[in-house]
Design a protein around this ligand. Structure first.
Ligand SMILES: C[S@@+](CC[C@H](N)C(=O)[O-])C[C@H]1O[C@@H](n2cnc3c(N)ncnc32)[C@H](O)[C@@H]1O
Length: 312
C-alpha cells in the first residue's frame, strides 16, 4: 500500500487554544496520524506528556513508530476515548492541562480503500470499522438492521431527505442477495435519489456518513464524555474539540453550555437550592474555522469547527 498521509486540521489553532506549556500533561483522544500529538509534545518540551488513545490499530502502530523520538513522554493506549476516566485513573493522573478531540475519520481510513469507508471504491467490501475487532461492520448494518432502523439512521445521521426510499430499496435488494460491496450499496442509493436532486455532491455521501456513524457509535455517549473529560481537567485546563458535521458540533455546543451554566434556581429564591455550579467557561463564543491558506492545502478542513472551553 502506498504511504498514506493525514494533514492535521487547524494545528496551530488547536495547540494555541490548549495553551500548551512546558511540563504540561495532555490527553489526545483521537491520535490518528499523530500530527496534533506531535505538536503538543514539541510545544510542551522538554518534559510535557501526552496520553493518546485511538481505536484503530493501523493509526496506533504508525503513530508509535513516528513519535518514537518522544520516548516515555508519550503514552499510547488502544481505547475508545469514551473510556477517558478509566484510562486516566489507570495511569494515576489527577488532572490534565489540556484535552483534544479531533472527531471522525482520518485520511488514512478514507484513503485506504480496503477499509470500505469511501464510496469511491466500488469493489471493496462494506466495512467502515475504525476498530477492526468490533463485531458490527457496515455490512451488518446494511443487511441485518430493520428497514425502519435504517431509515432513522440515514435520516438522522446523514440528514438525507431520501432516507425512506434508500432504506426501502436496501430492504428489497437484500431479499435477493446480501449487500456486501460498496458498489452494490452505491447502486441502490443512486436509484433511490431522483435525478434532479443528484447535484448536491456524490449521491452516496450522506448515507455513507450515516452508516459510518452507526458502525462506530460516533455520537453515542459523546455528550456525557465531554462533561466527564472537562471534569478531568485541572483548574484553568482547556478542552478543544474539532468537529466535521453539524450533529457533532451541536453536541459539543450543548455540552459546553451545560458546563457553563451556573445556578438555575428561580431568581426569587433567597438561596440556591439546585446546587448547579459553573464548571467551565466557553472560550469560543463562535467556533473557530480554518483560514484560506489552510483550505487551499487541505480540503478536509472545510467543514471543521473548533470549540474550546476552560475548566474553572
Ligand atoms: C480525524 S482523525 C485524528 C487525526 C489526528 N488528530 C492527527 O493529527 O493525525 C480521528 C482519529 O480518531 C480515531 N477515533 C475516532 N473516534 C474515536 C473514539 N471514540 N475513540 C478513540 N479513537 C477514535 C479514529 O480512528 C481516527 O484515527
Amino acid at each position: 500500500m502506498a504511504e498514506l498521509k493525514h494533514i492535521p486540521v487547524m494545528l496551530k489553532e488547536c495547540v494555541s487554544a490548549l495553551n500548551v506549556k512546558s511540563g504540561g500533561i495532555y490527553f489526545d483522544g483521537t491520535l490518528g496520524g499523530g500530527g496534533h500529538t506531535r505538536q503538543i509534545l514539541e510545544s510542551s518540551a522538554p518534559n510535557g506528556r501526552v496520553i493518546a488513545t485511538d481505536l484503530d490499530d493501523y493509526a496506533i502502530n504508525r503513530a508509535k513508530e513516528n513519535l518514537n523520538e518522544f520516548g516515555d513522554r508519550l503514552t499510547v493506549v488502544k481505547s475508545n476515548f469514551k473510556n477517558f476516566s478509566q484510562v486516566k485513573d489507570g495511569l494515576n493522573i489527577n488532572g490534565f492541562d489540556g484535552i483534544l478531540l479531533d472527531l471522525g475519520v482520518s485520511s488514512f481510513q478514507l484513503d485506504d480503500r480496503s477499509r470500505g469507508f469511501s464510496y469511491l471504491a466500488d469493489d471493496e467490501k462494506l466495512d467502515m470499522r475504525m476498530d477492526a475487532s468490533s463485531p458490527v461492520s457496515a455490512e451488518t448494518v446494511v443487511n441485518d438492521y430493520k428497514e425502519s432502523e435504517l431509515k432513522r439512521i440515514i435520516s438522522e445521521y446523514g440528514e438525507e431527505r431520501f432516507a425512506a426510499a434508500i432504506a426501502h430499496n436496501i430492504a428489497e435488494a437484500r431479499k435477493l442477495c446480501p449487500i456486501t460491496t460498496v458498489g452494490q450499496l452505491n447502486a441502490i442509493i443512486e436509484k433511490s435519489i431522483p435525478a434532479k436532486f443528484k447535484h448536491d455532491g456524490h449521491p452516496s455521501k450522506r448515507t455513507f456518513q450515516a452508516i459510518r456513524i452507526e458502525v462506530n457509535g460516533e455520537l453515542d455517549g459523546l455528550y456525557g464524555t465531554i462533561i466527564e473529560m472537562t471534569r478531568g481537567l485541572k483548574k484553568g485546563g482547556r478542552i478543544a474539540i474539532l468537529t466535521f458535521h453539524s450533529l457533532e458540533d451541536r453536541i459539543v455546543k450543548q455540552a459546553f453550555r451545560e458546563l457553563e451554566t451556573d445556578c438555575i434556581c428561580d431568581k426569587s429564591l433567597p438561596v440556591c437550592v439546585c446546587g448547579k455550579k459553573r464548571e467551565a467557561v466557553i472560550i469560543t463564543k463562535h467556533p473557530i474555522t480554518a483560514g484560506e491558506e489552510e483550505l487551499k492545502i487541505n480540503p478536509r478542513a472545510k467543514s471543521a469547527k473548533l470549540r474550546v472551553a476552560e475548566r474553572v
